[in-house]
Write a protein that binds this ligand. Structure first.
Ligand SMILES: Nc1ncnc2c1ncn2[C@@H]1O[C@H](COP(=O)(O)OP(=O)(O)OP(=O)(O)O)[C@@H](O)[C@H]1O
Length: 773
């Protein structure tokens, strides 16, 4: 924490540095001390830090940084002591730089209907922009544009002068209007999984859980932390609680830019006020950039915002300081009644007559703060990447040092901020008179910046009420902090593939268990097992019973294949919403999710067919343990194959009705050509049986069942020619009658092939054709 930022700043003898906080240590039960360093010590430290190349010691950058921390401690005569930081040995030293968001001339249309027209604005670090306007005016569409989820017809979006690339998109936190969660997980489970997936590996499990506790506490979610999230079919969290849970999930990563779509909807006025004041403090103290859509804020909340973008039919009706909006309306002859909430007033104005709207929109175009041309120039500027390269708080400072570019003045310059912001309990304070020197250093250290991941779990910053929204001054965002404008910069996931796989498997298991092993399903399985076992009770091995014996096999295989397929199909649309949200936020790799889904659900997929088999097979007629187990194996294999097919169709079809229709057609065809229902298939249609999953599973069941023990005895009036010379019927003859000629291993291979092909196709569809937008 302390030294990480040092590593990016050049200190000179006239630079003063005060290191005054290790309070994260005390918050975590460890002691920390406050220290001041002399100018000489700082110079010495800077000399060491100046070795910004990778050291030749074979140490990783991380280890090197920790070593530097130790060296710094020595320089300070042992006075610098932050056990919490050093004990972790995991200090990633680059923080998230503050983000300046500029959008200019955004226009969006859907099906030739214009939704946004020429909307522009600027939000600087530490500022909170309110986007207001009547329902349907384009607020959510604007946020979708800013998060990179909606294609623009024209216009540009810049984050610290960089294009909004895929890498940026994943670093933007977007709190959606809809609260999308797994309904059966509790709030705590949801947050814990989010923390385990989205917080970096450098944090221990204990620290992540501490963070979750803290966020729960801050957002006042203690009382409902063990309540399930719920959905429209199952009662769970209330609307307001869900909204806060939604914000809590996103806050976990302490992002630099937050887009919040109506975060106060569903909250009572006090909760809304508390939430907004927390967000305001978050923006100010941490130099975060916040864009918030609000419907009808109270005047208290309204004046918390720094800037306002008022939309009217997709056009800008006002953009500028919140404090000046009343003057703006006064100037065009729309006077706010005293003691009237200005937010209500301006909303009523933009909902007024067409002439009034036209008047407001025209007046907005001439606002001094709405300099469309300047913003366009900004977008056209080449990207001076070096200026926005390094860690926390450098950007605003550098901004103030950049010589004014003609046509690029966005009103008042940002207030000069210190290199590190100080916090009420005194985090860090550095004054750097020689800012040019700092800037130069920034350029020099460019090549290192993307190596520096951005996580240090260190300080819980308390506000005046003893609560804060974050634990340190650095983001846990997922990506590297390199500022190359290209997308080809390697994306760094917050956690390793293995961690993602483990966490997602556990979550999948927990989430799917109530759904896949519900009481109803248990009842259904046990009831069905008993019923089928009794219908086909202890069948004798004779030709007269052959049809019934085959019927038991065909029914068992078919039922469980259909059960798995349609279950996979119906559960996927809801899951896709959550997964898309998480993929967009760059929480994990699709491959990790995909494998984890298979692994997490596997025991659940197998449980019910196994229970059914255990009940019904002994009733049907127990041959031997090996037959029992082999048949169980094939029953489970066919169930998993069908589940893969269901998953593939569910992933490929966005519409549940379409996917059900396709699946019904396919399963009916597979039944028809499975070898049981139709035995005299016309020759030109026989090839269809090779596409039937049921066919292979059913054949295998017969091979296993008829190959061991007593053979099927011929009837007196036998239909089998072989019975003319024999008293029993060989298994090969039974199978040939159905046109089947593949051995057990070949059937098994084909089933495995189906399994792999459906799984791969499902992945390909999700990866390339159903990318979240
Ligand atoms: N994909 C789409 N297809 C057709 N129309 C769309 C689409 N997306 C948005 N719209 C239309 O664009 C307009 C703006 O929608 P948007 O959701 O941005 O409004 P909003 O201001 O956020 O509304 P609210 O405050 O009610 O949430 C609406 O009239 C909506 O019907």
């Amino acid at each position: 924490m302390v030294l990480g930022v040092c590593c990016e700043a050049e200190a000179t003898p006239d630079t003063t540095l005060a290191v005054v906080d290790c309070d994260g240590a005390s918050d975590s039960g460890l002691s920390g001390v406050s220290v001041g360093l002399s100018a000489e010590a700082v110079t010495e430290a800077a000399r060491m830090i100046d070795r910004d190349d990778e050291p030749d010691t074979g140490l990783s950058r991380l280890q090197y940084n920790v070593l530097l921390a130790d060296n710094m401690s020595e320089v300070a005569g042992g006075a610098l002591h932050c056990p919490f930081l050093l004990e972790q040995g995991e200090a990633h030293l680059a923080g998230t730089r503050p983000l300046e968001l500029v959008f200019s001339g955004l226009s969006v249309s859907v099906a030739s209907r214009s939704i946004l027209r020429d909307v522009s604005g600027v939000v600087r670090p530490g500022e909170m922009l309110a986007v207001m306007g009547p329902s349907g005016c384009g607020k959510t569409t604007l946020l979708n544009c800013l998060s990179g989820r909606t294609e623009l017809d024209s216009g540009c979006i810049r984050l610290n002068r960089e294009r909004l690339t895929k890498r940026w998109k994943r670093r933007i936190c977007y709190v959606l209007q809809q609260d999308i969660f797994f309904p059966d997980l509790t709030l705590r489970q949801t947050l814990e999984y989010a923390a385990r997936l989205r917080l970096p590996e450098s944090m221990s499990h204990r620290q992540k859980m501490m963070y979750v506790d803290h966020i729960i506490d801050v957002l006042d979610l203690n009382a409902c932390q063990d309540t399930r999230m719920g959905d429209y079919t199952k009662r769970g969290l209330s609307g307001g609680e869900k909204k806060r849970a939604n914000i809590a999930c996103e806050l976990l990563t302490n992002p630099a830019l937050m887009l919040l779509d109506e975060p106060t909807s569903g909250l009572d006025s006090h909760s809304a006020y508390m939430l907004m004041s927390s967000l305001k403090r978050y923006a100010e103290k941490e130099s975060k950039t916040l864009v918030v859509t609000v419907h009808q804020p109270s005047s208290q909340i309204f004046y918390m915002f720094d800037k306002l973008l008022l939309l009217c039919n997709g056009q800008t009706a006002y953009f500028g300081d919140v404090n000046k909006v009343v003057d703006f309306f006064n100037n065009i002859g729309l006077t706010v009644t005293p003691h009237y909430n200005p937010a209500d007033f301006i909303l009523e104005c933009v909902k007024g007559s067409e002439e009034m709207k036209e008047k407001i929109v025209t007046a907005a175009k001439s606002l001094p703060t709405y300099q469309q041309e300047a913003l366009s120039d900004y977008c056209a500027l080449p990207v001076p990447t070096h200026l926005y390269q390094v860690g926390a708080m450098v950007s605003p400072l550098v901004h103030s040092q950049v010589p004014a570019t003609p046509g690029c003045d966005f009103g008042k310059p940002p207030p000069p901020l210190p290199l590190w912001s100080s916090t009420p309990n005194g985090a860090l304070a550095v004054s750097v008179p020689n800012a040019v020197s700092l800037t130069t250093k920034c350029v020099v250290s460019n090549h290192n910046s993307h190596n520096l991941s951005n996580h240090v779990y260190s300080t819980i910053v308390k506000d005046e009420e003893g609560k804060s929204l974050w634990l340190d001054s650095q983001s846990h965002g997922s990506s590297s902090v390199s500022s190359s404008a290209d997308d080809d910069v390697r994306w760094q996931w917050p956690t390793s593939f293995w961690t993602q796989f483990k966490v997602l498997s556990a979550r999948n298991f927990q989430e799917a268990r109530p759904r896949m092993l519900s009481k109803l399903y248990w009842l259904q399985t046990i009831g069905l097992g008993l019923m089928v076992g009794n219908v086909y009770f202890q069948l004798e091995r004779k030709e007269e019973s052959l049809h019934d014996i085959q019927s038991w096999m065909f029914f068992s295989v078919n039922y469980w294949m259909l059960f798995a397929l349609f279950n996979a199909l119906s559960s996927f649309p809801a899951e896709r919403e959550v997964v898309n949200k998480e993929r967009l936020s760059g929480s994990y790799r699709l491959s990790a999710y995909y494998l984890a889904k298979m692994a997490g659900e596997l025991p659940l997929t197998m449980t019910l067919p196994a229970v059914y088999h255990i009940i019904s097979y002994p009733l049907f007629g127990f041959r031997s343990s090996s037959v029992f187990l082999t048949m169980l194996g094939f029953l489970l294999l066919s169930t998993v194959v069908a589940q893969s097919a269901g998953f593939f169709v569910g992933a490929a079809c966005m519409d549940l009705n379409v996917s059900i229709t396709i699946s019904a057609l396919y399963t009916l065809a597979t039944q028809l050509f499975g070898g049981y229902l139709a035995t005299n298939i016309p020759s030109w249609l026989r090839w269809m049986r090779y596409l039937s999953m049921v066919h292979y599973a059913y054949q295998n069941m017969q091979i296993v069942e008829f190959s061991e023990g007593e053979r099927i005895q011929c009837a007196v009036q036998s239909k089998f020619e072989v019975c003319a010379n024999s008293t029993d019927i060989p298994v090969s003859v039974i199978l040939e009658r159905q046109g089947a000629n593949l051995p057990l291993w070949a059937n098994t291979l084909v089933l495995l092939f189906f399994l792999v092909i459906f799984r791969v196709l499902g992945y390909v569809v999700l990866r390339y054709f159903r990318q979240p937008k």
